[in-house]
Design a protein around this ligand. Sequence first.
Ligand code: UDP
Length: 366
Amino acid sequence: MKYDYLVVGTGLYGATFAHEATAAGKRVLVIDRRPHIAGLAYTEPVEGIEIHRYGPHIFHTDDTALWEYVTRLVPFRPYIHTPVADYHGQRYSLPFNMHTFRQMWGVTTPAEAAARIAQQRRTAGISQPRNLEEQAISLVGVDIYEKLIRGYTEKQWGRPCRELPAFIIRRLPVRLTYDNNYFGSRYQGIPQGGYTALAAALLEGSEVQLGVDYLPDKARLDAMARRVVYTGPIDAYFGYQLGTLEYRAVRFETEILDIPDFQGHAVINYTDRETPYTRVIEHKWFGKGGQPKTVISREYSAAWRPGCEPHYPVNDAANDALYAAYRRLADREPQVIFGGRLGEYRYYDMDAVIAAALAKSRQELA
Ligand code: UDP
């Protein structure tokens, strides 16, 4: 066999695994069906602006070792994510913090905001939140739920908030301080040269072949390596034999505008139901700006159908049970490692996906 590892997918899981295996002296072939590396983190320059082709990616982590790992590979530009919400033309700060509470209710102190939330929680009568709607109301009250959460979430996930798991909304912090830092992580930034530069640094030294689709050519490709790291959808790997897992897909309408500034901010979320897109991204504001033109992307969310890109796993109880059944099939293929957002059907952030690939590679290469 020519290779120790065949890595399927050049996204952050596959690229990190390849990096570690190559560094350990293994022979690694990395393939991707796309004509570019970096998976959905892929960025490319247009009009001197780094475009996030598959949606905004902001790297953030609390893990010092992980931050050192990525920043040793490529320099990062400091960036603090502070998206703004637009509800029928009214603007609110995100995540939910004292700025938001003042804009929503006119309150100015943490005690007043806490009292408002507590009163709305009591009126709603929720003690044990069982779904996203109940979780949201118990965290921030009904006004914020109705104006800033419900419409956005139902557009993004394509179903009522009562049918969504509570954990999704717990991704967003709630603070009684005047602090718009969305993630509030210890480290935050965007690689200079974009995520394509980060993936390229991870893949350095590994053999990479683009435009190679694994599943239709599986037997030939499997014969080339001792072990396989598969980062595509786990249900596709098994030919959907137990049924299809649900994903959300995202579509972008991207425009180059002959003006220097469209919205003065990297991300504005449209949280009402009527606006058909979920958010507008103005890519230049992930950097310093200064380019004469600007590039914007309107992001639309849709149900995933075969043939489009799966972006988000829908981790509700039915899908998680189906995933567990696929996982049992995967356990019968010990020569294959399933990893990443699609391989593990998990709503991973970038730091978590790199950490998972590092942990797996260290166990594998020990
Ligand atoms: N969310 C919301 N309103 C917003 C932004 C987010 O209700 O303006 C909810 C929505 O349900 C979303 C979840 O918070 O799915 C998590 O948002 P996050 O920004 O973490 O999603 P990402 O784009 O990173 O996947």
